[in-house]
Design a protein around this ligand. Structure first.
Ligand SMILES: *[C@@H]1O[C@H](CO)[C@@H](O)[C@H](O)[C@H]1NC(C)=O
Ligand SMILES: *[C@@H]1O[C@H](CO)[C@@H](O)[C@H](O)[C@H]1NC(C)=O
Ligand SMILES: *[C@@H]1O[C@H](CO)[C@@H](O)[C@H](O)[C@H]1NC(C)=O
Ligand SMILES: *[C@@H]1O[C@H](CO)[C@@H](O)[C@H](O)[C@H]1NC(C)=O
Length: 458
């Protein structure tokens, strides 16, 4: 069945597709012959088909958004949201930001949290007008229809995702792509999959406008719905860094439609450096996310499989979490001893899981959250002690292949339990754009010299 798996996993030129079509017919005949009992071969079994010539390479994520169950307030506004019916007869146009470029792309659409089938009637891609983030207009001369195993309409079962057929479409590194979906029926539930913290404007309108130059009378929100990854076909030496994080990585405190979350700014630095230009940066973060408990998105220990191990072309992983576990546990010595112990234990588990796949994992230290407790409810000396204890583990245990000391970068040197005031967005927890830039400026690029984990058998 080598032929089938090649057909499903690699892009091919048109002539190869025709060859593949012929091969599939031959193979189908062969399989149906085999399935008939007492077959007598007159001329012997057919020769094994030759695999098509394809460029050596693999699929690598260039962009992701972590799928979440949409909270009621983050569903689209009415009339796109009704009881048990979301996005009926609706076009949804969304823009996404690539990290690395490529000439062949595939799109992943997720219905992982859907309470029902997700019927998608049509999907297109195009470059957005002026290459802009969060715009409702596209460059129509770049428009292409997206298909899924040959079908332009698909019904995605709840819990599932679909991957598109390869499209010959050139995307540049650090550039925007517009994806437009139309669903005639809509999804018959209020449980739908989205990524609320898009920091990017998405547009909706009624009727099928997947090919329209602009959406007129459109409604907008800063959330992404259903899209979960864009992959590029890339040489084998290209890979992705998958970052598991919470709101600080999701970009709370950054600027909408500007792509200045810290991973975007680290990407810009990596793209300017020849040795790291072949590494995609994919942001698997969600606001409020915790390592040990569900809430805004599944817990990190539970989603490491989906968001790192099952992603395309992941060569490095990174974790920057724990603040919401510490911050939502009671500020008592017993509760903080327990949550600190469990956070440390779960970080070991995550490193072991990632190492098992031969992937190095980096960690960032947890950044400060002390300050005015009427503004920042996490603030407490008992929780601060847990943060210091977990950071000591992250830095000194040898669990991780590299550690980036975000705490040191962002803390106030005069008062290390607090964010440096010049990097504080105002809530004593989330950095501002200057803070995100400081993380990128200090981010060491030599950690990518590690290509296999030092701790493979941990
Ligand atoms: C969408 O509709 C559901 C069900 O009626 C409701 O619970 C939710 O608050 C609505 N959300 C918005 C943003 O309208
Ligand atoms: C593929 O598309 C055809 C025509 O639109 C439709 O009848 C069929 O049900 C689709 N198949 C799947 C698996 O969605
Ligand atoms: C879908 O919306 C378009 C635009 O408002 C409208 O013309 C069309 O009648 C609607 N179709 C259905 C089935 O509601
Ligand atoms: C798209 O339409 C919106 C709203 O009608 C308008 O503000 C915007 O300028 C249009 N964009 C382009 C590129 O035409």
């Amino acid at each position: 069945m080598r032929v089938c798996s090649l057909a499903n996993s690699q892009p091919q030129p048109e002539s190869a597709k025709q060859t593949m079509g012929a091969l599939r017919v031959v193979l189908a005949l062969f399989v149906s012959l085999l399935s008939v009992a007492n077959v007598v071969y007159a001329v012997g079994p057919p020769a094994p088909p030759k695999p098509p010539q394809v460029p050596a390479g693999h699929w690598v994520d260039t962009w992701v958004s972590m799928p979440q169950l949409t909270e009621p307030a983050n569903l689209p506004p009415p009339p796109f949201n009704q009881t048990n019916l979301v996005f009926h007869n609706s076009t949804i146009r969304q823009t996404i930001h690539t990290s690395i470029g490529g000439d062949q792309i595939r799109l992943r659409i997720s219905n992982v949290f859907g309470g029902s089938d997700l019927p998608i009637t049509a999907v297109t891609i195009a470059l957005p007008a002026n290459g802009a983030a969060g715009t409702s207009a596209i460059q129509t001369n770049t428009l292409q229809t997206v298909t899924f195993s040959g079908n332009s309409s698909v019904v995605i079962p709840n819990g599932a995702l679909v991957v598109s057929d390869p499209l010959t479409f050139t995307v540049k590194p650090q550039s925007m792509l517009a994806v437009t979906l139309f669903t005639a029926q809509g999804q018959t539930t209020n449980s739908i999959t989205s990524h609320p913290g898009s920091r990017t404007t998405s547009w909706f309108s009624f009727g099928n406008s997947v090919s329209a130059a602009n959406l007129t009378d459109a409604t907008s929100v800063a959330h992404w719905y259903f899209l979960s990854a864009l992959e590029v076909w890339a040489p084998k030496n290209v890979g992705a860094l998958a970052i598991v994080g919470d709101s600080i990585t999701d970009g709370r405190g950054s600027t909408d439609n500007t792509n200045n979350r810290w991973p975007d700014l680290v990407l810009a630095k990596m793209q300017a450096n020849p040795a790291t230009r072949n590494i995609a940066v994919v942001n698997q973060a969600a606001g409020g996310n915790r390592i040990l408990a569900d809430g805004l998105g599944p817990n990190a220990l539970g989603r490491i499989d989906r968001d790192v191990l099952a992603q395309s072309g992941v060569k490095y992983a990174m974790i920057f979490e724990g603040v919401n576990d510490i911050g939502t546990a009671p500020a008592t010595p017993d509760a903080q001893q327990a949550i600190g112990d469990r956070v440390i234990w779960s970080l070991k588990q995550i490193a072991t899981r990632v190492h098992t796949m031969g992937i190095p994992i980096f960690a960032a230290t947890i950044t400060p959250f002390s300050g005015d407790p009427t503004i920042q409810p996490y603030s407490s000396p008992v929780r601060e002690a847990t943060r210091v204890r977990v950071n000591d583990f992250i830095k000194n245990s040898g669990t991780f292949d590299a550690v980036v000391d975000f705490d040191k970068i962002l803390a106030d040197p005069a008062n290390p339990s607090q964010l440096n005031p010049k990097f504080d967005s105002g809530d004593f927890l989330h950095p501002n754009p200057a803070g995100y830039q400081a993380v990128a400026d200090a981010f060491p690029l030599d950690i990518f010299n590690i290509v296999s984990p030092k701790n493979n058998f941990s």
